[in-house]
Design a protein around this ligand. Structure first.
Ligand code: GLA
Length: 435
């Protein structure tokens, strides 16, 4: 009996030590908070015919225009920094020294000039390559050229590499490739954020080792490509919640789970669904890489993507990823621990029939009972900013949420009741104004 308890204690202590040690991040000093920027893929795909689609083909023009707008329309001011090229920028062949080269017609000035332009705006440039023989769209892959390609990107002044995993060969080559490119980037001495898709390609064969992945990558895709559709956003959230026990704890400064691009401002999501994507990407400590057309974006979508309170939650310096704490037929409750003992809380209504529904829950559900103990102030962040006032540890919140929409709250714990003994807003029923 004594021995059993002793060995149980020993095992627990070992686990506590493992947990305290945490996963070691890629120590390149980058991505201390989730990366913010713009990435062309979801909105512009592999459009290479500039004669036919001069305004949406993958060309230096497109990235220069996005860089201009990121500055002039306030995106940079709220934190969006990386202008990122995805697949389809390359020429179909390497140059006579085996270096990757951009398509000469679509990038006539070359990537170095484009990087200079982006840097002159105070922004950073991201580029795309692939661990295997070819990129997903069939352009030259980096297999066998990791050092050369890393050096080429560094020489050009690139600041982020999205490294895809199509056409990788064996599992071993996939893992070796992701590791080697990380080391190759490091060897260049240039600060280059390393965005991986390693676990996404690995998972069908083998369970990813996130401790190792975090050691090599600044962020990593786990799940299928995002589409401009509610189903896609919903599936991404569901996948994340179902795997949260294995992916949430590993996230932190220097290394993040990447649920893929923000598709807000496009065609497929209703307003409520856009609110859901923004709120939950903040809860998930996700990189905020918009894929939309900044030349044509509604004031509403811009307001949401530039919402400073949501961005502050996404960028919270504590760097802990949030998780789902409950799910019933209609509602999901998510929370994310924030610095200073605060919590972000999201209430998502998954019911796709009917009108707004009320979800009632006790503040004692939050933060393992500590988020509002003995009291807290609650601020509604989305759909609109509203002060919900003071609450205590047994307050019941009745939250009205539109179908497929989300209400995002920030709960700030108050250590002691203020002297003036305020009336607590127990049973508050907020009625968010629609924008
Ligand atoms: C894969 C990636 C996408 C995008 C395309 C480009 O599908 O997951 O994000 O980069 O390749 O071909």
């Amino acid at each position: 009996m004594g021995t059993a308890v002793g060995s149980w204690r020993g095992a627990t202590l070992a686990w506590v030590l493992v947990l305290l040690a945490g996963a070691e991040a890629l120590e390149n000093g980058l991505a201390r908070t989730p990366t913010m920027g713009w990435l062309h893929w979801e909105r512009f795909l592999c459009s290479t015919n500039c004669a036919r689609e001069p305004h949406s083909c993958i060309s230096e023009q497109l990235f220069m225009q996005m860089a201009d707008l990121m500055v002039s329309d306030g995106w940079k001011d709220v934190g969006y920094e990386y202008v990122c090229i995805d697949d389809c920028w390359m020429s179909l062949t390497r140059d006579d020294q085996d270096r990757l080269q951009p398509d000469p017609e679509r990038f006539p000035s070359g990537i170095r000039k484009l990087a200079d332009y982006v840097h002159s705006k105070g922004l950073k440039l991201g580029i795309y390559a692939d661990v295997g023989n070819k990129t997903c769209a069939g352009f030259p892959g980096s297999y066998g050229y990791y050092d050369l390609d890393a050096q080429t990107f560094a020489n050009w002044g690139v600041d982020l590499l999205k490294f895809d995993g199509c056409n990788y060969g064996t599992q071993n080559q996939l893992a070796e490739g992701y590791r080697n490119m990380s080391l190759a980037l490091n060897k260049t001495g240039r600060s280059i954020v390393y965005s991986c898709e390693w676990p996404l390609y690995m998972r069908p064969m083998q369970k990813p080792n996130y401790t190792e992945i975090k050691h090599y990558c600044n962020h990593w895709r786990n799940f299928a490509d995002i589409y401009d559709a509610w189903n896609s956003v919903k599936n991404t959230l569901e996948w994340t919640a179902l795997h949260q026990d294995s992916i949430v704890d590993v996230a932190g400064p220097g290394g993040w789970n990447d649920p893929d691009m923000l598709v807000i401002g496009n065609f497929g999501l209703s307003w409520d669904q856009q609110l859901t994507q923004m709120a939950l990407w903040a809860i998930m400590a996700a990189p905020l890489l918009m894929s939309n057309d900044l030349r044509h974006i509604s004031p509403q979508a811009k307001w949401l993507l530039q919402n400073k309170d949501v961005i502050a939650i996404n960028q919270d310096p504590l760097g802990k990823q949030g998780y789902r704490i409950s799910k019933d037929n209609n509602f999901e409750l998510w929370e994310r621990p924030l610095s200073g003992g605060a919590y972000a809380v999201a209430v998502l209504n998954r019911q796709e029939i009917g009108g707004p529904q009320i979800f009632s829950f006790s503040t004692s559900f939050l933060g393992n009972g500590l988020a509002c103990n003995p009291a807290c102030s609650i601020q509604q962040i989305l759909p609109t900013s509203e002060d919900w006032g003071l609450h205590n540890w047994v307050s019941v919140l009745n939250v009205e949420v539109n179908p497929t929409g989300t209400v995002l709250l920030k709960v700030v714990v108050i250590g002691e009741f203020p002297d003036e003994n305020p009336v607590m807003n127990i049973n508050k029923k907020p009625s968010p104004d629609i924008l």
